[in-house]
Design a binder for this molecule. Structure first.
Ligand code: FE2
Length: 455
């Protein structure tokens, strides 16, 4: 078993055990909720063709519904295993003219990018943050090798500029960078077009970013690299850091790091902004799923310290003042919007409800009225991130479909569920039962054949 060696800022070199295989533990529990129920990994790769469709799949959905998530091997130590560190496994369902042609799940090769899967520049890529390279995938999800265009490390959440087709990403690499992150822009052709360093006072975990008309937004929040966690062999070397000052930064998109407008925040951690934009008065509005604390008591995953809720942060750039408001205090995560409204004023967002290590409903948030509607999956059924797919030619913001996987706890199988985003009360427009289950995992996307098609 190989060990990596990392050079710490102090000059001290420590051996770092392979992820999930630490020799000692800073947890006292032998049980790990992130290996239970539908968090547990699969041990086989499947190919299923000619799937049954219940209801009517929209004929315009020609492409693949892709998801990525951690799928650790059986040899992980449950005490040290952190949900974020399992080897990646991608899941794909190929839809074509109302038919469900195949489902495949495949391990991700290379460094095991386990967090998201996207189509961009004609390529399909599994992606991850914290130094891991994107993995190029074939149409049928076989790993083709590392994508080195971006350099060392990328992000799990690049943000698409809907006007230019460029991807923007805030990239960190805890083992190599330590005192800065890299802001990169990838052209619509998949090539690196811009890169700059953002100096920071520490090494925070920066999972996502936001983009508005004039700014790239940096979330500099108090979950930072912990040498104690590294020394203890914990599979994720980040912990809650009460000494680290939480702040949000507005980097002018045509400016340099010295021009960043930093604003202080109350202590919190956030993985996922729903959206951000500039209003008519020049204020920057950020809607974001945030936690009160992260990785203080629970060092195996994100849900044990506090539940995620939906907040709105409004920043006045000229005086750096921030207003923080609760939008919806109910547990919810994995927000999605109409992809063409990224960085722009918008009305609707979609989240999956979070309750007690499960995901029992989808919420449709009306950010104008402050109200929400919901679709509950039903007793013993659990959902996942709702991916919004606009209807072709539609103009209404919510005219589209929500795609997610639903896990049946009794049958231990999953189904693709397609909802009408304009009216969740309609229930399933269509569903595609699978003979296997899709573990909860993290993120996915609808990748039309027009973006990354069969070759
Ligand atoms: Fe994420």
């Amino acid at each position: 078993m190989a060990t990596r060696r990392i050079l710490l800022k102090s000059g001290l070199a420590l051996p770092l055990l392979p992820l999930g295989l630490g020799a000692c533990s800073d947890s006292t529990s032998d049980t790990n909720p992130y290996l239970q129920a539908n968090f547990s990994p699969l041990d086989v790769e499947s190919t299923v063709t000619g799937l049954n469709v219940i209801g009517e799949l929209p004929a315009e959905l020609n492409g693949r519904f892709l998801r990525n998530g951690p799928n650790p091997g059986a040899d992980v130590d449950p005490r040290n295993y952190h949900w974020f560190t399992g080897a990646g496994m991608v899941h794909g369902l190929r839809l074509r003219e109302g038919r469900a042609e195949w489902y495949r799940n495949r391990y991700v090769g290379g460094s095991g990018a386990n967090t998201n899967v996207i189509g961009h520049g004609g390529r399909t890529m599994a992606i991850v943050e914290s130094g891991g390279l994107p993995q190029n995938l074939s149409y049928k999800l076989d790993s083709l090798g590392d994508n080195t265009v971006i350099g060392e490390g990328f992000s799990a959440h690049p943000k698409l500029d809907p006007d230019t087709g460029e991807l923007h990403a805030m990239c960190y690499d805890w083992a190599n960078l330590r005192d800065h992150v890299r802001y990169v822009v990838i052209g619509s052709d998949g090539e690196l077009v811009q890169e700059q360093e953002i100096p920071l006072p520490g090494m925070p975990m920066i999972h996502d970013m936001s983009l508005t008309k004039n700014y790239a937004i940096i979330y500099d929040l108090p979950v930072t690299l912990s040498l104690l966690a590294v020394g203890l062999g914990s599979s994720l070397p980040f912990r809650w850091d009460k000494e680290y000052e939480p702040r949000v930064g507005l980097l002018p998109r045509d400016g340099s790091a010295s021009e960043i407008i930093w604003s202080p925040l109350k202590p919190n951690y956030a993985y996922h902004p729903m959206n951000a934009y500039e209003d008519a008065d020049g204020r920057v509005v950020i809607d974001i799923v945030r936690y009160e604390k992260m990785f203080e008591a629970d060092i195996q995953g994100p849900f044990g310290d506090s539940a995620p809720r939906l907040d709105r942060w409004t920043i006045i750039p000229h005086n750096r003042k921030v207003t923080e408001e609760i939008v919806d205090a109910r547990g919810q995560e994995f927000p999605r919007i109409h992809p063409s409204l990224n960085g722009k004023p918008y009305r609707y967002g979609y989240t999956v409800a979070y309750e007690d290590y499960g995901f029992p409903a989808i919420y449709k948030q009306d950010m104008q009225t402050g109200t929400a509607t919901e679709y509950r999956f039903g007793a013993g059924m659990q959902g996942a991130e709702p991916v919004f797919v606009p209807k072709e030619g539609a103009t209404a913001e919510d005219a589209g479909y929500l795609l997610t996987y639903v896990f049946d706890e009794a049958a231990k199988t999953s189904s693709l569920l397609v909802l009408d985003a304009q009216d969740l009360s309609r229930g399933a427009v269509a569903s595609v039962p699978l003979p296997v289950r899709v573990p909860y995992g993290f993120h996915g996307n609808w990748v039309p054949d027009s973006v990354a098609g069969p070759t």
